[in-house]
Design a protein around this ligand. Sequence first.
Ligand code: AMP
Length: 467
Amino acid sequence: MSFASLGLIPELVTAVSRQGYNTPSPIQAKAIPVILKGQDVMAAAQTGTGKTAGFALPLLQRLSAGKKAGSNQARSLILTPTRELAVQVGESIKAYGQHTKLRTTVVYGGVKINPQMQRLLSGTDILVATPGRLLDLVNSNAISFKELEILVLDEADRMLDMGFIHDISSIMELLPKRRQTLMFSATFSPSIRHLGANLLRKPHEISVDGHNEAATTVEQWICPVDKKEKPDLFLHLLDEQDWDQVLVFCLTKNGTDRLVRFLKEYGVKASAIHGDKPQSARTRALADFKAGKVRVLVATDVASRGLDIDQLPQVINFDLPIVAADYIHRIGRTGRAGTSGIAISLVCADEFKLLSDIEHLTGRELKRKFVDGFEPNHNLPQSNMIRKIKKPKKPKVKGKQKNTRQGSAQSSGRGRTSTGLSSKKKVSKKKTVRGKNTARGKKKISAASSRKQQAAAAKHKKPRKHD
Ligand code: AMP
């Protein structure tokens, strides 16, 4: 199948072939013809499937047939949950639309509003926006939607998770009722269906296989480890596996900064990207990472959507996400568009419930690999992954022994996989550090061992406060 056979105009076909796309991905093959016909669409597509082109190409084609936008008007609106995703969608649209005369404008918070107001003065064909900044611009009379033809909600599930529902409702009040609406989401959860029922007219539902799974090209496993050992284990893996670049997810902004500090202490080039950083710092961190100037990019979930970094072969979950669906989005940063990738999660006993939620959502038990020297003291039980439908209880037979599953699943030895990691000869953490940076490494080794000794001593004196 070709892009031309989907009914796309030559200007767009040429642009996608310049991007190196030869055949449409499944979501593109399904969505493009329907959107070209003007129908509403509700699509469940896992991250990294090519969904941006799936809505952007037909949107560009439909808009290229109409009139230019009036001043302070937008002919189409694409709402995204994060600034990074807005920028990325904007860049993709500019690339796909390079042979059209259509104008794309991207607006998001965390930067000055005046330049964005200036850019909107002469109107825009495509406006890519995050909800909060869009409302600010509406309130400043910088934009209105009398001429709006198409609305796209990208990563709608994420917008709901991030609490944008009120902003979305306010924005909907401003839009004309007659419009084409396209909603993309990783999953069709009940709340997404509810939102869809309010926003879409007789939507055509599209779902590409395995929308609750990450790309099948991503190899996934977990390393059970004690919480306090996570930084050392990460450093060990970084060195042992000799990763050129890795994206790491932490749960909190503090945790992100702490890990970056730790890595820098060991001479690893790392930067952080999270919601408390000014937009300029976030953009610079991402650009440095993309340019290969930074080896480790540590991010909170704010960055888990929309980061499209070419050939990113590994993603590490330093902490598991609170919302299980975020696991899929995080690891979707690798294995994009058919390339292979590895996603490793460092999981401590405290995260057992989060792990169970993820395994329940994806319907698969994640392979466990124990790393020599980092086997946890606090056991991570085998998760009760598939929550079985409870059968009605049989009446108790007197004298029959109670069936107990305890012990089998709880034993830490169970589920241990013999792996490339654990089968490799034991590499001490000292060696790990020395391997990368000799002079500095030596200094760090002594720091590391004294740190370890202090920790060990403290363990015997009084329990250390968990951070
Ligand atoms: P998306 O899911 O839209 O974020 O796209 C994920 C990645 O796939 C991006 O790097 C796109 O450039 C790439 N991509 C999108 N469509 C295709 C295609 N038909 N063939 C090859 N790569 C594609």
